[in-house]
Design a protein around this ligand. Structure first.
Ligand SMILES: [Zn+2]
Length: 77
């Protein structure tokens, strides 16, 4: 059974629950509202992976190589 993270639209309470595909949608354990929003935990959002690439590039720049820059992005010398 997959463990999903949800966030309640009504009270903004975050919770995790095991969900079978045959189960009805979970309800918020805090306020009992239905239809919580499923969070995409464990999957890197595009913005996040972009930040990872940026930090990797900064590290590479500190180390003095630019192998993970494309040719056009490399600083001119
Ligand atoms: Zn709630």
């Amino acid at each position: 059974m997959p463990l999903y993270s949800y966030r309640c639209k009504a009270c903004d309470h975050g919770f995790e629950t095991l969900v079978r595909f045959s189960d009805p949608a979970p309800v918020c354990p805090s306020c009992g509202a239905g239809e919580p929003v499923r969070q995409l935990s464990g999957v890197a959002a595009e913005g996040k992976s972009g930040a990872v690439i940026q930090s990797a590039r900064k590290m590479a720049a500190r180390e003095g190589h630019f192998s993970n820059y494309s040719r056009s992005e490399r600083p001119k010398r």
